[in-house]
Design a protein around this ligand. Structure first.
Ligand code: ATP
Ligand code: MG
Length: 532
């Protein structure tokens, strides 16, 4: 009896010894957690009570891994923008403060990936693992940290590189009606950055899933995905997600820029972004202004685009070039969002549906397009020829409308029109077929020296192809000089013109419909061919 009692006592002692130790090790601490309650849920928005300490833009946590941004702070209620599906959320649910703002994973690990603005992979790949995170909203670089735009960013499109050149660190708007080739210009530019040491971020905001899939397929097919990060919020996502997408994408790009890299970011498109923000603002019952947009719509876009810049040498010399896209309705560039964006950016590439219908692709209206800083960064080889080209093209566009009336035209007018038609033919370019600098310079030199004027219009594509093949075989040293930072020497210019003349020799019209005038048909000696 005694023995069994002793055994029992031993068992109890053992059992309690563990508990006793745990109790001694336990020091009670106070874990303060501010919680509130959801009072109302509407599309994309929740109203919350009981979080008096929450700050502006603070991330709040709802049940089911749903997050939201505190965007409206009233005295007794907070308007929260939900960053996900609100279907599972109910009035009465608990809300917690996180004490931090929204951030996103950044770094090399994102290259080649397709993610959503919360950093979750959409390409079926592994979760993004990165030790670096940056808040999605960051102040733009200070004025003293910035340097002027000085290095060109080649788009590979002749009409852009020659007439609306873009520099690294510039913000150039791509603007036009629906289906005018806006996305194509941006994607061509990304594809042309292969081997140029430029990283790219393509940010799709509210696009159709099929359109985004096509872009990703194009990038993959042209080996451009390896140096690109694709950030996507599809059209059917919560408006809160659409709203944060460009900011998240910019933080990803900024991280590379701060590491001294050159980065290109495409926002496709900010019209959808503005619409998402308008929707949120109306749901938050902020007073609507012009076109029902809230008063701070200008500010949300300018604080986004001000983050694109060229950093000075003291800051690593990185750059962030931004190509925001804006969709217009019925060519109305004086609508609220287009005018805002035009005034924020350093120029615009305007796409005309009329040119698109005429098959002039890319459908860039040169007269309405402008690049305010890119010209200074343009390669000298271009600068030598583009001045004449722009003038000749503008003259042609003006006269073209008269010519349509079938009026009898004098010789000089016919020469200007014939030359303009050839400029237009040369500036046409299929998508996903970027042209290298030497090829572009060869075509532009041939144009400004009027070598194409003798080629019948119908044969222009073949003539261009012949010149393209000849330009691809230019000596390597000459190609390097054309891409370099020095002025085009007379010897180099003559060498290119001679090659162009040889390539185009077979395309002369038997009966030239352009009457040669002293201006158009000049003798074939290189020395006399210098542009006037
Ligand atoms: P959306 O308004 O739907 O976003 P968008 O303005 O971005 O359209 P894209 O999708 O880029 O236009 O192009 C519209 C169509 O025009 C596409 O079918 C595309 O293949 C065609 N396209 C664009 N550029 C060219 C080009 N240079 N040559 C031939 N086709 C082109
Ligand atoms: Mg598009």
């Amino acid at each position: 009896m005694n023995t069994s009692l002793n055994t029992l006592q031993g068992v109890y002692e053992d059992a309690f010894a563990g508990l006793r130790e745990a109790r001694q090790a336990f020091t009670p601490t106070l874990d303060l957690r501010e919680t509130g309650v959801v009072t109302q849920v509407t599309t994309g928005i929740a109203r919350v009570r009981g979080l008096p300490g929450a700050g502006y833009d603070e991330l709040l946590e709802f049940p089911g891994q749903l997050y939201g941004l505190a965007l409206n702070l009233d005295e007794d209620e907070i308007g929260v923008v939900l960053l996900g599906d609100h279907a599972g959320l109910q009035a009465g649910d608990e809300v917690r403060r996180t004490g931090r703002v929204m951030d996103i994973a950044v770094g090399e690990g994102l290259l080649g990936r397709v993610i959503d603005p919360l950093g979750r992979p959409l390409d079926g790949g592994a979760a993004i693992r990165s030790s670096d995170r940056l808040p999605i909203e960051r102040p733009a670089p200070a004025i003293m940290d910035r340097a002027p735009v000085s290095v060109p960013l080649q788009s590979g499109l002749k009409v852009v590189d020659a007439l609306v050149p873009i520099g690294r660190g510039q913000r150039e708007l791509i603007i036009g009606d629906r289906q005018t080739g806006k996305t194509s210009i941006a994607i061509d530019t990304i594809i042309n950055q292969r081997g140029q040491n430029v990283l790219c971020v393509y940010c799709a905001i509210g696009q159709r899933a099929a359109a985004v899939a096509r872009v990703i397929a194009d990038l993959r097919e042209h080996d451009a995905l390896g140096y690109t990060v694709v950030v996507v919020a599809k059209g059917n996502e919560a408006p809160g997600l659409l709203y944060i997408t460009p900011y998240a994408a910019t933080s990803i790009a900024e991280h590379f820029m701060q590491a001294g890299r050159d980065v290109l970011i495409v926002y496709d498109d900010l019209t959808q972004h503005a619409r998402a923000y308008r929707e949120l603002s109306l749901l938050l019952r902020r007073p609507p202004g012009r076109e029902a947009f809230p008063g701070d719509i200008f500010y949300i876009h300018s604080r986004l685009l001000e983050r694109a810049t060229h950093l000075g040498a003291g800051r690593g010399n990185g750059s962030l070039t931004a190509l925001p896209i804006i969709e217009t309705e019925a060519q109305d560039i004086s609508a609220y969002i287009p005018t805002n964006l035009i005034s924020i950016t350093d120029g615009q590439i305007y796409l005309s549906p009329l040119l698109f219908e005429l098959g002039v692709l890319p459908a860039i209206d040169v007269g309405k397009s402008v690049s305010r800083v890119g010209g200074k960064a343009q390669r000298p080889a271009y600068r030598a020829v583009t001045g004449d080209l722009k003038l000749a093209y503008a003259q042609f566009e003006e006269l073209e409308s008269f010519a349509r009336f079938g009026t009898r035209l004098d010789d000089e007018t016919r020469v200007i029109i014939a030359h303009g038609e050839r400029i237009r033919a040369c500036l046409k370019q299929p998508e996903l077929a970027p042209a290298s600098v030497p090829v572009q310079v060869a075509i532009l030199l041939a144009l400004s020296n009027r070598l194409f004027d003798a080629v019948p219009l119908a044969q222009m594509p073949q003539a261009q192809r012949a010149l393209l093949e000849a330009a691809a075989n230019l000596p390597a040293a000459l190609c390097e000089r054309l891409q370099g930072e020095h002025k085009l020497s007379d010897a180099d210019r003559d060498a290119v013109i001679t090659i162009a003349r040889e390539a185009l020799a077979g395309f002369r019209a038997a009966e030239d419909h352009v009457q040669p005038s002293s201006h158009a048909a000049r003798p074939a000696t290189p020395g006399e061919d210098a542009p006037q």
